[in-house]
Design a protein around this ligand. Structure first.
Ligand SMILES: [Zn+2]
Ligand SMILES: [Zn+2]
Length: 214
């Protein structure tokens, strides 16, 4: 398989629209901005009209004015919309040389979607081998490999976390069972001990509620 980002050929109206996707206005919140551009953005995305990094996320622009009456110019800020999870992504890392490290970080840590990774494991192995044996030097394939690896990091993190939570829940159940036993067989327990166990039960419940909200 050969992987290429298909760069759309835009007509004049599309170019104009595309370039005019609004930035964040001075009195807008990032969520306002997202609402404002969402429909148009998704329309462009669904019709395959977005190119380059804009296929997977959009960085917000803000206008900068150097003096009063300056026409201003748009600069990227550290806010993006990720179309894999449809969420706003904030960062204090920033972009350098047009590379958004903060999206890499988002994808490898807390993105709940996976559309940014658009190759299969088989493709991934194939591209890696092609690259290793010098059969390709494709930028697009390297980027696809990179996104696959970000996705993998994220997936591994999630599995680990799920296991941890699973273990915690298991521990909670064990403790809860013990507490229930103590409650129903309180022989030999002092009132103080009993109240301690009730407290423990509440702590466990509290923890379980938190886990369920993860
Ligand atoms: Zn950037
Ligand atoms: Zn995301």
């Amino acid at each position: 398989m050969v992987y290429t980002e298909n760069y759309p050929v835009l007509d004049e109206t599309e170019w104009k629209d595309y370039c005019q996707l609004p930035g964040i206005h001075s009195k807008e919140t990032p969520s306002d901005w997202m609402k404002q551009i969402w429909d148009r953005l998704m329309d462009y995305k669904n019709r395959g009209r977005l190119a380059g990094s804009m296929k997977r996320y959009i960085i917000a622009n803000k206008m900068k004015y150097l003096w009063e009456g300056d026409l201003g110019y748009a600069v990227g800020v550290n806010i993006a919309i990720c179309y894999s999870c449809n969420k706003l992504v904030y960062s204090n890392i920033g972009c350098k040389y047009g590379i958004c490290h903060f999206m890499d970080k988002h994808w490898s840590t807390n993105c709940t979607g996976n559309a940014y990774c658009d190759i299969s494991f088989r493709d991934y192995i194939e591209f890696k081998n092609k690259l290793k044996s010098g059969l390709t030097n494709s930028f697009d394939e390297k980027q696809a490999i990179r996104r696959y690896e970000l996705w993998m990091q994220n997936a591994i993190r999630r599995v680990k976390r799920a296991r941890e939570i699973g273990r915690k829940i298991q521990a909670c159940i064990t403790i809860q069972r013990k507490v229930v036993e103590w409650i129903y067989h309180p022989d030999g327990m002092t009132v103080k001990q009993l109240s301690e166990h009730y407290q423990l039960l509440w702590a466990v419940r509290e923890e379980m509620c938190q886990i369920n909200n993860v």
